[in-house]
Write a protein that binds this ligand. Structure first.
Ligand code: TYD
Ligand code: MG
Length: 457
C-alpha cells in the first residue's frame, strides 16, 4: 500500500531530504529538489520492515565448474567490442547519450542483427509509436528483421509480457519514459526511473534475458535522473559525438564483463550508422597541405591506436584579457602547457588569443597528447609549419620534461601504416616501424626543433 508521506528528492544525485530547499545539501545542485512519494524501503534501516523469511541462505561454491555462457554477438563489430566481446546473458546495459545523437538507431540496428541471428528480440519504445519505429526500420533497410515491437510506457504490462514471452534481448527506449503504478511520482522522476530500472534489472538477472536501457543525458553530461541506475546495471555505455559531425563514438564507462577504455566508431549517414573500422583515416580525412598550427597526435583509444589532427591558432588579442578557447581537449591542460611554454621555454602567449581544436569532433583525454598540442601551439606561434608526414605524442610535466607514455610501439606502427615518416616522441621511445623518431627530452627541445624547421623554410 502506498504511504502518504512524501519526501524531496534531488533529481541530480538522488539524495532524499525531508524539507524543500533551493539547493541540494548533498551535491550542491540548485533547484533540483522535487517532491515525490517516499520510495519503498530499500535499506536495512528502513522501517517498518516486512516480515523476514526464516531459514538460512543457500551457499554455493565459487568454482562450480560451469563454463561461461556464450556472449550474444551482434556482428556490429564496433558495438560488440565496446560490450567486451558481445552481450553477456542475464546482463543489464545502460546506453546513455544526448537526445538525437542516434541511440535508437544504433540499438535498432544491433537488435535487427541479433534477431536475424536467431535471438528472440523485443523492442519497447516509450517515445515513438510502433509505426514510427517501423518506418525508421524500413529506412534503415531492416524491415524484414524479426524484431517484435511494442509502444508502451507502463512497467507492469511490459514485465508481464516479458515473463510470458521469455525473449533473449529486450530494449527499453527510454528508461525516462517508463512508469510503475506502484509509485505516485511522475515518469522521469528519480523515484520512477529508479523503481523501473530496479524491476527490469531484476528481471534480467532472473530470466537470463539481456536488458538494454536507453537513458537520456542532461545538459551537464549525466544520465538524467539518478546515478543510481548506473550502479544497478552491469555496463554503462555512452554514445557521443558532435551534432555537426557525422562521427559517433560509443564508449564504455563501466563494464562488469569487459574493458572500459574501448571505443566503437560509427558514421551517421542516410541509411543509419555505418561502422568505421579504421578511425584514423577518418579523423585525418580532409587534411590539407602543411599549414602552421596543425599537428597529428598519435593517440590510443583503448587497445586501438587512433591518429587525429589538432589545430592551433594564435592571434593578437583585440582588447582586455586574451581568450583561451579549446574544443576536444581539457582547458586546464591547455593552460598548463601554455604556462610551461612560457616559463620553461620563453615562448610568450601573453596578449595573444589562443584557440585549440581537435578535428573531427573527437575528445582527447590522454596526457600523451601534450606534445602534439604543444607542437601545434609552437608551430602557430612561430608561424612555422610542421612536416606533413610527422606525428607527435608524449606527456609534458610542469618542469618542462617530456615523459614517456605507454604503447609507443603501437602508436608508431599505426602512423607508419598511414604513411607517416617521422615522429616527435619522448626520448625513450625507440625508433621503430620504419619511422624516424626525433627524441625529445624537454619542451625546450620541441621549441628548438620547430625553430629549426622555420629556419629551413
Ligand atoms: P535517434 O536514433 O532517433 O536518436 P536518439 O534515439 O539518440 O534520440 O537519431 C536521430 C538522428 O539521427 C536524427 O537527427 C536523424 C539522424 N539519422 C540519420 O542521419 N540517418 C538515419 O538513417 C537515421 C535513422 C537517423
Ligand atoms: Mg530515441
Amino acid at each position: 500500500m502506498a504511504r502518504a508521506e512524501t519526501a524531496f528528492v534531488c533529481q541530480s544525485c538522488g539524495a532524499v531530504h525531508l524539507k524543500w530547499s533551493g539547493r541540494c545539501g548533498d551535491c550542491g545542485a540548485w533547484n533540483t529538489l522535487v517532491e515525490e512519494a517516499a520510495a519503498p524501503p530499500l535499506g536495512a534501516n528502513a522501517a517498518p520492515r516486512r516480515k523476514t523469511r526464516a531459514g538460512r541462505m543457500a551457499l554455493s561454491e565459487l568454482s562450480d565448474g560451469t563454463p561461461e555462457p556464450p556472449r550474444r554477438v551482434s556482428g556490429l563489430a564496433e558495438f560488440d567490442r565496446v560490450c567486451g566481446g558481445g552481450l553477456a546473458p542475464a546482463s543489464a546495459v545502460l546506453v546513455g547519450g544526448d537526445p538525437g545523437i542516434g541511440k535508437s538507431t544504433l540499438l535498432l540496428q544491433a537488435a535487427a542483427k541479433l534477431a536475424a541471428d536467431g535471438a528472440k528480440t523485443i523492442y519497447v519504445s516509450g517515445e515513438e509509436s510502433a509505426d514510427q519505429v517501423r518506418r525508421r526500420a524500413r529506412r534503415l533497410g531492416l524491415a524484414e528483421a524479426p524484431v517484435m515491437l511494442a509502444a508502451e510506457t507502463a512497467l507492469e504490462p511490459i514485465l508481464d509480457t516479458l515473463k510470458a514471452e521469455k525473449p533473449d534481448l529486450v530494449i527499453i527506449d527510454s528508461i525516462q519514459t517508463m512508469w510503475t503504478e506502484a509509485l505516485a511520482a511522475a515518469p522521469g522522476t528519480v523515484a520512477q526511473v529508479r523503481a523501473c530500472a530496479q524491476d527490469l534489472v531484476r528481471f534480467a538477472k532472473k530470466s537470463g534475458t539481456v536488458v538494454i536501457l536507453v537513458g537520456h543525458v542532461t545538459k551537464d553530461g549525466q544520465i538524467a535522473g539518478p546515478r543510481v541506475v548506473e550502479h544497478m546495471v552491469d555496463a554503462v555505455l555512452y554514445f557521443e559525438g558532435e551534432r555537426g559531425h557525422q562521427f559517433r563514438i560509443l564508449r564504455a564507462v563501466k563494464n562488469r564483463f569487459g574493458p572500459t577504455d574501448e571505443i566503437g566508431v560509427f558514421e551517421m549517414g542516410d541509411s543509419g550508422l555505418a561502422e568505421v573500422s579504421n578511425p584514423s583515416a577518418l579523423f585525418l580525412d580532409s587534411r590539407g597541405a602543411d599549414a602552421p598550427g596543425t599537428a597529428v597526435f598519435a593517440g590510443m583509444e583503448g587497445t586501438r591506436p587512433v591518429l587525429c589532427e589538432v589545430q592551433a591558432l594564435v592571434a593578437p588579442a583585440a582588447f582586455g584579457t586574451p581568450r583561451r578557447a579549446v574544443v576536444g581537449w581539457d582547458s586546464g591542460r591547455l593552460a598548463m602547457v601554455l604556462a610551461v611554454l612560457e616559463a620553461r621555454c620563453g615562448l610568450g602567449f601573453g596578449g595573444r588569443d589562443v584557440y585549440l581544436n581537435v578535428a573531427g569532433g573527437l575528445k582527447i583525454a590522454e596526457p600523451a597528447a601534450d606534445v602534439a598540442m604543444a607542437a601545434a601551439l609552437i608551430s602557430a606561434a612561430l608561424d612555422a609549419p610542421l612536416p606533413a608526414d610527422a606525428v607527435a605524442f608524449g606527456e609534458i610535466s610542469l618542469s618542462g620534461d617530456v615523459r614517456p607514455v605507454g604503447r609507443s610501439e603501437a602508436r608508431l606502427k599505426e602512423a607508419a601504416k598511414l604513411g607517416f615518416k617521422q615522429a616527435l616522441a619522448p626520448a625513450a621511445a625507440a625508433a621503430g616501424a620504419g619511422l624516424a623518431v626525433t627524441g625529445l627530452g624537454s619542451a625546450l627541445d620541441l621549441v628548438r626543433h620547430v625553430e629549426s624547421l622555420a629556419g629551413q623554410a
